[in-house]
Design a protein around this ligand. Sequence first.
Ligand SMILES: *Cc1c(COP(=O)(O)O)cnc(C)c1O
Length: 391
Amino acid sequence: MSEHNWSFQTKLLHNGAKVDQGTGAVSVPIHHASTFHQFDFDEYGKYDYSRSGNPTREALEQAIAELEGGTRGMAFASGMAAISTAFLLLSQGDHVVVTEDVYGGTFRIITDVLTRFGIEHTFVDMTDLHQVASAIRPNTKVIYMETPSNPLLKVTDIRGIVNLAKANNCLTFLDNTFLTPELQRPLELGVDVVLHSATKFLAGHSDVLAGLAVVKDEELGNRLYKLQNAFGAVLGVQDAWLVLRGLKTLHVRLKQSQASAQKIAEYLSKHEKVEQVYYPGLSFHPGYETQKYQADGPGAVLSFRLADAEAVKTLVNNVKLPVFAVSLGAVESILSYPARMSHAAMPAEEREKRGITDGLLRLSVGLENADDIIKDFEEALEKLPVKQSTK
Ligand SMILES: *Cc1c(COP(=O)(O)O)cnc(C)c1O
């Protein structure tokens, strides 16, 4: 669409959605129409019915395709609608290999729904390529990645997984919600389907639910488009417009939030009442090198572990800046409690095994001044009892 190879930052503004070709409007018009008049009896126009195609939704679909380096983008009513529709590429008897700390909603679709349709799965620690290789069966059709993962920010070697998948004739799906194409472009690394909860960083303001899927291969794009149209979980035009507006500031938002996240992660990692910090921007994080190699930054989400549930409660009751809520990737900082929020559906034993203990908190860093957030945490952490040695 652009004749120059502009930088990503510039492409956020100078893409197909920049100017409406019909009117010159510098904001994509919101086409509230379910159906479209056909001017020619014999030859129908580009649009006929909004589930199949709508110009406002299409502007977003083209923008995300361009930003991810794909040929086709599709917008859905939520991240889960995008993920669920992508799974409709599978058939009865197929098998999926999935990262064990996958998003809770994806866990639910795979374990509660796909199983009823005869689609099997194996959960693996995706940081271990040997585990992935030994989980692949003759009927494996998809390897499903999420990197960095939620909530422990584990980093998967994308190229390593892509090579395994290609050698075994399976597709790769990657949930790119945490980093967005600003920081990670999986299609360039050979991934087949990139999925997003655009509810998070892409839209960025905690005011809309949206999902996106992007592919590079045109034939796969046609198959997925047919499923989008068939299943019908498409994004409404008002919401598509909100995502398009959010996208324009993605670069400045993520740059600022990421710089603050690095500062906060370093601060927390030195605090005596914090047992562990998980952030791929810290040099002692096990995925630090892989992250540096395959992404342009560690992102703006970090997790940290306090002694126990009591310590978590005291901290949450005393911090003033972050909202205490589910979700991430917004202008305001969001503090979440995975054990009781995103991973509440997981049995306690299963959670503990995966490191999602009662002392774990996740922080999505927003646009507040980083020093203010640190001061807020400093004051709240002072209320915690001095750590008892567990050794
Ligand atoms: C929020 C989220 C989803 C689900 O997206 P919704 O828009 O809430 O349906 C999927 N994956 C990840 C990593 C998420 O954070």
